[in-house]
Write a protein of this length. Structure first.
Lengths: 323, 251
């Protein structure tokens, strides 16, 4: 569905050259649900704009839904849906009218567009708002209208740029229910950008981590976490010497030099911590070391990002650099 | 999808909100009447206005002014579309780029034509002589001008998308010299020579002269070709700059 080779974009800001995206080689197959994860300014939106023909690349190639984005932008546009960061519907335009116009923009007849608009209004729970202007909708309703606008022509490939930014948790969950249902019903390939770790973790089947315009990791969230972070087991014992002995035992289970002992606390980085923990406790019992508490922490994608770049994704988020 | 259908889709979208709450439209329609009633009477007997009814001289000028004000504001709707994301949404559809531009401008052209019809109807009982062929040719000239000015306005809106206030500053800055040096409100014949020379460099000046000749029914008047040329040049420049702006809008 998406194949890029060396896709790059540089901007000239005053006299400085900014390399926003530096050589993207990605392949996304039919039906995948891929999240592009990275801090603000990592090149997520720039990449998405190139893939959706909104921005010409300065180098490289991209074939999207079977069309080259540079040689055949119109063909690409016909085959893809795009839901940007902003709101697609104009404030003073009537919800139903905007959906009908959108259908007409994709070459559907008036009657066809009206039928499709009614269908989408129903399926996205907007039927009651159909006669209102978009400016009067709530944040969640407006976002659902954006989604509806992107789906009018039943694209096989859907791009979403930060779809849930600015939504409260309830509306975010609601939005995802609609996206996942769409995918279950029509097998649409979905490519989205996000800087919400939990979103990428729980929703995407494949996560591409992007930083400074480059993809630095690309796998399932589970595999990324297992390969690049690992689980952490924390034990406490009654005394320091006991903790040292427990550390020695934990060494046998840990992956690499990943055990630290501080006072009565032992920390061990392991693979598949859920399986290791009971085994570790049994071994400690057998050797007469009494663990007082045992805790298992599964890694997050933030740990993955931290291990890859030495920076936390959350810190970058707080700085709020321009996208 | 051909260019006409595509333009029609964009145009219909732009017009619908206006028709839904027509108050703005009504006020826009009334605007030229204010000039006719409160300014027109001051022209009677003024040298340079011509021997006949002053309406014969004033109405074409008013229409050029309306084209200037209406079309140069076309970018305003684009500014909001750029800010919210609906422009981007249109740009991802297969819709032709030129159609998006012309469709936006068409709304203002249609308003201009409606205003022209209203003005002519109002001044007819007061000595305005209607030359249908001339008026038709004159309106065609104004539509050409409007397409050009509207496209320039959209190009300006895209160029100023990161600081929308700049759009109005530039628009106003350009608007008044163009208006005052065009001879729309008062005859340039009464101008001191330096002002008359400055007016020679204003393309609108030629459009105004040509529109006056056409509305007087004089289709072969020597002022007509320069006016046509000026309007066509503005239109060509506008469409080229507008299309370039659309294509290069790396949003």
């Amino acid at each position: 569905m998406i194949h890029t080779r060396g896709l790059a974009r540089r901007f000239r800001v005053r006299k400085e050259v900014v390399e926003a995206v530096r050589g993207l080689d990605i392949d996304v197959g039919e039906g995948e649900l891929v999240a592009f994860l990275g801090p603000n300014g990592a090149g997520k939106s720039t990449s998405l704009r190139m893939l959706t023909t909104l921005l010409p690349p300065t180098a490289g190639t991209a074939v999207v839904a079977g069309c080259d984005v540079v040689a055949d932008p119109a063909g690409t546009r016909r085959r893809i849906g795009y839901i940007g960061q902003g709101h697609g519907a104009g404030e003073q335009f009537v919800v139903r009218d905007e959906l009908i116009t959108q259908g007409r923009c994709y070459g559907m007849s008036g009657a066809e567009s009206r039928t499709r608009a009614a269908e989408l209004l129903d399926s996205l729970d907007l039927a009651e708002q159909a006669g209102r202007t978009a400016g009067t909708l709530s944040g969640g309703q407006r976002r659902r209208l954006d989604i509806a606008l992107g789906l009018v022509h039943r694209p096989r490939l859907l791009f979403l740029d930060e779809p849930s930014t600015g939504l409260d948790p309830q509306n975010r969950a609601n939005l995802w229910r609609h996206i996942l249902r769409l995918r279950a019903e029509s097998g649409t390939t979905i490519f989205l950008t996000t800087h919400y770790l939990e979103e990428a973790d729980s929703m995407a089947e494949r996560v591409m981590v992007i930083d400074h315009g480059r993809v630095i990791a690309d796998d399932t969230p589970q595999q990324l976490k297992a390969d690049l972070a690992g689980d952490v087991i924390t034990l406490t014992t009654g005394t320091g010497p006991e903790a040292a002995r427990a550390g020695g035992v934990a060494e046998r289970f840990a992956s690499g030099p990943a055990v630290t002992v501080e006072g009565t606390t032992v920390r061990a980085r392991v693979r598949q911590g859920d399986a290791v923990l009971p085994e570790l406790l049994r071994t400690l019992d057998g050797e007469g070391v009494k663990a007082l508490t045992a805790d298992l922490r599964r890694p997050t994608l933030d740990d993955v990002f931290l291990n890859l770049t030495g920076r936390s994704l959350r810190e970058g988020d707080a700085e709020g650099a321009a996208a | 999808m051909n260019l006409v259908t595509a333009t029609g889709i964009v145009f219909a979208r732009q017009v619908r909100p206006e028709l839904r709450s027509p108050l703005g439209l009504v006020l826009t329609m009334m605007e030229p009447l204010v000039f006719l009633v409160f300014f027109g009477p001051l022209l009677a007997g003024l040298p340079g206005v011509g021997a006949g009814s002053p309406w014969q001289w004033f109405v074409p000028g008013i229409l050029v002014m309306l084209a200037l004000f209406g079309a140069s504001g076309a970018g305003y709707t684009m500014i909001t579309e750029l800010a919210t994301g609906s422009f981007e949404r249109m740009m991802v559809t297969p819709l032709n780029r030129a159609a998006i531009m012309i469709g936006h401008t068409m709304k203002h052209i249609l308003i201009l034509l409606a205003q022209a019809a209203l003005i002519v109807l109002v001044v007819m009982p007061f000595g305005f002589r209607l030359h249908p062929a001339g008026v038709a040719a004159g309106l065609l000239l104004l539509v050409t001008l409007g397409v050009g000015l509207g496209s320039l306005s959209l190009a300006l809106a895209i160029a100023a998308r990161r600081q929308p206030a700049l759009f109005w500053s530039v628009q106003q800055f350009a608007l008044f010299p163009l208006l005052l040096l065009s001879g729309v409100l008062l005859p340039m014949e009464n101008a001191p020579s330096w002002l008359a020379v400055a007016a020679q460099f204003n393309p609108l000046r030629y459009v105004v002269e040509a529109t006056r000749s056409l509305f007087a029914g004089d289709l072969l008047h020597p002022s007509v070709p320069p006016g046509l040329l000026a309007a066509a040049a503005i239109a060509a420049l506008g469409v080229v700059l507008g299309t370039l702006a659309m294509r290069r809008a790396s949003l």
